[in-house]
Write a protein that binds this ligand. Sequence first.
Ligand code: NAD
Length: 241
Amino acid sequence: MASGARDSYLVIGGSGFLGRHIVEALQARGDVVSVFDIVQRYHDVPFFGGDISEEDQVADALQKSNATAIIHTASPPAGLSDPALYWKVNVDGTKAVIAAAQRVGVKKLVYTSSAGVVFNGEDIIDVDERVGFPEKAMDAYNESKAKAERAVLEANGQNGLLTVALRPAGIFGPGDRQVMAGMVEVYKRNQTHFQIGDNSNLFDWTYVGNVAHAHLLAADRLTETLNGTLNLEKVQEEIKT
Ligand code: NAD
């Protein structure tokens, strides 16, 4: 991390699979961390119960935790047939997080988006983050994640807030309650023969610890941006190696 006072983090969705790994990674490097979530699963960090679609609840947690940085990982799980819930939490909720952050004077917001925001069911090969959103999203989950990501990035530099969004693809590792659990259920039913596409399709998976690490690096880069010490050439060299 660059010079200056260390941040105090509020991990929104910090009771979840990825959020918990982010909390542990922050603890491991000695950062101050609190959690905001609708459910409490751990008792080793200050916990603020609430719903991100309630701006006042988020602002209250930010104030009480003295947060200077937010890592926002909260979302309903993918695959629900409930477009209204996705809209309420991911779109309105993320806008409420932005508004609360700006109201309280938080300097940094890291948002967990999804690789699915650019996927509409067609193969995507050799693209990077410059590829645009599809005209028609894959489903309500991905549409809401895209809208939330856009709101986060549009808020960058507004009212003293710096923002960044990350787009993980599939995440695996300890604590996962969705992906592997589903596969094990199918396996237990003896449904062991899978074929995706013509059997040559590829899909990206990233270990949860690496996704958590990426969030910490993104937060640190925002600090360097704030301090005026961000060296983009050095970052590009690091990415190549
Ligand atoms: P998760 O369900 O384990 O964690 C999400 C957390 O958000 C939960 O603890 C939940 O209680 C909380 N939450 C949900 N609604 C809330 C609300 N209204 N207010 C406050 N908290 C709320 O999910 P995860 O797998 O850890 O995913 C974390 C993030 O990563 C999500 O934003 C998801 O879209 C994104 N993502 C996940 C994957 C993956 O493979 N798991 C892939 C790409 C992107």
